[in-house]
Design a protein around this ligand. Sequence first.
Ligand SMILES: [Zn+2]
Length: 331
Amino acid sequence: MSLQIRLSCILQRNRLRDSVCPRQRITEHAELRGHKRKQDEQHSNDSDSDVRFLVLAGAQGDQRINAKKKDDDGVEIEKSNVLLLGPTGSGKSTTLYACLNRINSPDKNILTVEDPVEYQLAGISQMPVNAKIGLTFATGLRSYLRHDPDVIMVGEIRDGETAKIAVESALTGHMVFSTLHTNDAPGAVTRLDEMGVEPFLTASSLVGVLAQRLIRVLCPRCKEEIEITYEELLKSLPDFPHDGKKPTDTIKIHKAKGCIACNNTGYKGRQGVFEFLQVTNEMRELIIKRASAAEIKELAIKQGMHTLRQEGIDKILEGSTSVEEVLRVLV
Ligand SMILES: [Zn+2]
């Protein structure tokens, strides 16, 4: 069991004897039964302290207590909201966990609400949602906010209420990571609007949107180099870059063949392709004006965003995937 204490704005983690937690809960008159439901308590026992406790059943079976002193100003961190997009199985949870792992440190209070907890991360408090006891993404988020987290990860924004709290959390100085179901990065901005988040709030809180997909990698043992004319290639991939090329000019690409090593599929392993939309000042103005996803996409590309499709084409040029695979995954 560990106890995190924020002293002079710095969060410190100490390991404690198991007996400390039940003892503290008795002192706090907390409910000893019903461990699965979170218990949120607050009391003031003298003039200079205001102690707030949150006890909940974490994914690792541990209970967590956060305490905050009244005179604690909290840590100033950049207001931010980062969204990850992609269909089920596109690897967005893996990316999300990689982000949390990257910023995880003993001085950061990182809390997650997930459905379900897919990976367990040391040093991070992970709470699975449980509809039976009324613990949803929205209620979990609300109770977390009273405990001064630095970073919050919401497994998925599925409804307007969760979307609004996530945006409010970012605006009040928390770093928020979440996922949303839309096809591409520009679509996330309009999706938040449809969910009832005011565009000026989205514009002030969102720092970036990352869309991702996983595409199969050609088997290095059997992939076959072929020569194809631009004319042929453009029939299936009209957006393939061909500046200054004649239709009859050829290009070398690779295609899948199949061998024992790849179980005759022609592919071995997968790789991520990403589209990152950065919310710049100019982009903020567009969001506030309720611009369409197409307008947002146009500006993002002008500002250097590489689309999923362009990333896929780069992988074809590198020889790591085939035209067929890009067409299958990146419509
Ligand atoms: Zn092979």
